[in-house]
Design a protein around this ligand. Structure first.
Ligand SMILES: [Zn+2]
Ligand SMILES: [Zn+2]
Length: 258
């Protein structure tokens, strides 16, 4: 089981455009954050969680060459606007690429990419998605994928937990959430890796702060925890110094082999 953090930045990316980004060391490549997403490989199965506007560059940078299914946390622009670039994966797959999400997210995909929601590509080389409402549990030969609803302002986000069939190893991905609910806690218990939204040091109405994410990670007590969806207020070196052991800031290109 292999996890790659393709991006760990907030919706605008880091550094922020046309802004001094005070306190952020731009000489540290770990402070250059593309929009948040992960890629999970379990045996021959390649799974993408979220497809933001940086997706094409993320695939090139991380040598992503296969895609069997896409799981969407929610329909905000920073999580879906790279979906047109799934076209090559659709062509290679030769059938509609399964895209899982909740009803609201799938409706957003229909509205933004109407030409791509079809049984066959609208023209050669076009993207072609098969939209599927995410159940609470999806069993595949290689793994089980569980979903849980997380609060994110007025938006309902799906958190995903991937459990490898052979080893029982578990990865939980809770991005874009103001809170980790009791159900989400229960699902992520004993996880090997947990990835949590930790936007910035000060509060936000729809994201956890860095301190809130650290509290959740401490309580979940996974073998390794990582913070994602970070803004320019978080400097990798400076904020890493005060992190508890086993809890780390993510960075683009981070790979965890389980
Ligand atoms: Zn986001
Ligand atoms: Zn969001």
């Amino acid at each position: 089981m292999k996890l790659t953090v393709l991006g760990c930045g907030t919706s605008e990316g880091v550094p922020l455009l046309i802004h001094p980004n005070d306190g952020l060391d731009l000489n540290n490549s770990k402070n250059w954050r593309t929009r948040s997403s992960i890629h999970v490989e379990i045996e021959d199965l390649h799974i993408q969680v979220d497809v933001g506007p940086d997706f094409r560059g993320q695939c090139l940078a991380n040598k992503i060459t296969k895609m069997d299914a896409v799981f969407l946390t929610h329909g905000h622009a920073d999580h879906i606007l790279g979906m047109d670039d799934l076209r090559r994966f659709c062509t290679v797959l030769g059938k509609p690429l399964p895209v899982y999400g909740n009803q609201d997210t799938l409706q957003r995909v229909r509205e933004v990419f109407p030409y791509a929601v079809a049984e066959t590509p609208a023209a050669p080389g076009y993207p072609c998605f098969g939209l599927i409402e995410m159940p609470s549990q999806l069993k595949l030969p290689q793994c089980t994928i569980q979903s849980v609803v997380l609060p994110h302002g007025p938006c309902k986000v799906l958190g995903f937990v991937f459990t490898e069939s052979v080893s029982g190893k578990k990865i939980a991905y809770y991005c874009d959430c103001k809170q980790v609910t009791q159900d989400a806690f229960r699902l992520a218990k004993n996880a090997d890796v947990v990835i949590l939204d930790g936007l910035r040091p000060h509060s936000h109405e729809s994201h956890m702060t860095l301190a809130e994410a650290i509290d959740v990670a401490t309580e979940l007590n996974a073998k390794q925890s990582f913070i994602t969806h970070m803004s320019f207020f978080i400097d990798y070196k400076k904020h890493s110094q005060s992190m508890p052991p086993h809890i780390h800031l993510a960075y683009d290109g981070l790979v965890v082999n389980l």
